[in-house]
Design a protein around this ligand. Structure first.
Ligand SMILES: [Zn+2]
Length: 430
């Protein structure tokens, strides 16, 4: 299947030293409480449009073992594989290129959600310039110590089994059939949502967006559908407890066959490589090979832990979508003892499709003494009032002024298109 791709950004160069050795050194030095990462993958191809990325060893600062982080991703392509291949090869670099160099770990983690938004949009724009019509889901998981950040468009779900028996969803399914908010957004931006019409007026299948007939409301690529099918990811950042946890990232070939909790349960207690195989096997047993089926299992293991998974508290074994321990309360309004032990801390969550809300107002837009740097594509431009997004030439009179960071002309047009502020067509080949 897919092979690993070498990074171009020097900050995420391939390792000189194996991960296990690095972590072993840190543990022996007694200075680090960083967990270790073990992972496995498995899958079956039906159409050959699923791709994945395994990058367990990346560095924020080149050559500094203390700046280690890991990245795992799944791209489930449709209408051809080229968007999935493109995202696999370029998405991570685009995300990393928007994070300032030389900042500390905390700042880096704080900058990550915005960088993920910018990187996804940039990858989408670049792919669309190629004029190809395929599209892809993208679920990108960044693990730094106990902090897990997940960005996703589409329906390649990522779940967290926090090993105290709670299974949580770290992504949102951007499916028109199931996501009312997304249906409303697409409709408000000029898309039509409906089922496939057979001759005779009979409607079949899931809700789709027209033109194009896509079931997803967000993706990378898809040049031939409306621009309200946006690449702006849902982003969630959590901090695991010292007990660690297991991530299961998979394409819909898994999730259409197995509910999240069943997938987690099916592989508990097994090492990651075996766990991934078992989840795939279980999905195929239930539904057969109807679609590309890809599964990554990533274990985040405490440094002093020699076994894969501690025993499970059965009574807590409930699937709680978007709910974490801190929200579990007893009658007195205080967290229960059980739920506060090993609770996952939610650091960040945002799923809005509005770039202004995602890029924030406080990014420094003035850099290089007088030059503007686009918050999405990172292109520098000399300040010129004609180029400022505030003095847009394409806003309808009803639009309020943009209050986000500086965007170059192309990225501003992209933003307007995604928000339905200009008629479809124009720069994209259709
Ligand atoms: Zn730009």
């Amino acid at each position: 299947m897919a092979t690993d791709v070498r990074p171009r950004d020097p900050s995420i160069q391939p390792p000189m030293v194996p991960l296990a050795t690095l972590i072993g050194r840190e543990i022996r030095g007694g200075k680090s409480q960083k967990p270790s990462i073990k992972y496995g993958h498995a899958g079956f191809a039906k159409r050959g449009e699923d791709y994945f990325l395994l990058r367990p060893v990346c560095f924020r600062a080149p050559g500094d073992p203390a700046s280690l982080f890991s990245v795992f991703a799944i791209f489930d392509g449709h209408n051809g594989a080229s968007a999935a291949v493109f995202a696999k090869e370029h998405l991570l670099d685009h995300v990393m290129s928007t994070i300032p160099q030389g900042i500390g770990r905390e700042e880096w983690l704080e900058a990550l959600p915005r960088a993920l938004v910018a990187g996804f949009v940039k990858a989408d724009t670049e792919f669309q310039r190629k004029g190809e019509t395929s599209g892809t889901t993208a679920t990108l998981v960044v693990i730094d110590g106990w902090t897990v950040t997940v960005a996703s468009v589409g329906d390649s779900r990522c779940i967290l089994d926090s090993l105290d028996g709670v299974v949580s969803l770290l992504t949102v399914d951007h499916r028109l059939e199931e996501n009312v908010e997304e249906r409303e957004r697409v409709t408000a931006s000029g898309g039509e949502v409906g089922r496939l019409n057979l001759c005779g007026g009979k409607e079949i299948g899931p809700l789709r967006c027209w033109p194009g007939g896509l079931c997803l409301s967000r993706s990378i690529g898809d040049t031939d559908v409306g621009e309200f099918i946006v690449p702006i990811p849902h982003v969630k950042q959590v901090k695991l407890s010292a007990a660690g946890g297991r991530l299961i990232i998979a394409s819909d070939g898994i999730w259409d066959a197995l509910p999240s909790e069943l997938a987690a349960k099916a592989c508990r207690g097994l090492p990651a490589e075996l766990a991934a195989k078992l989840v795939v096997k279980e999905a195929l047993r239930k539904s057969g090979l109807k679609d590309d089926t890809t599964c990554l299992v990533v274990d985040i293991i405490p440094p002093d832990c020699t076994f894969v998974q501690p025993s499970i508290l059965k009574q807590q074994n409930k699937f709680r979508s978007l709910l974490f321990g801190k929200k579990s309360k007893n009658g007195a309004g205080k967290p229960t003892k059980l739920s506060s032990v090993g609770a996952v801390e939610e650091l960040f969550e945002e799923g809005s499709a509005m770039l202004e809300e995602r890029l924030g107002k406080n990014i420094s837009s003035m850099e290089n003494s007088g030059n503007q740097r686009c918050a999405i594509c990172q292109a520098d431009q000399v300040q010129d009032d004609d180029q400022l997004v505030h003095s847009s030439d394409s806003f309808p009179a009803t639009s309020r002024p943009w209050e986000g960071p500086y965007l170059c002309h192309d990225c501003r047009r992209k933003k307007d298109a995604m928000e339905g502020k200009r008629p479809r067509k124009s720069t994209m080949s259709r």
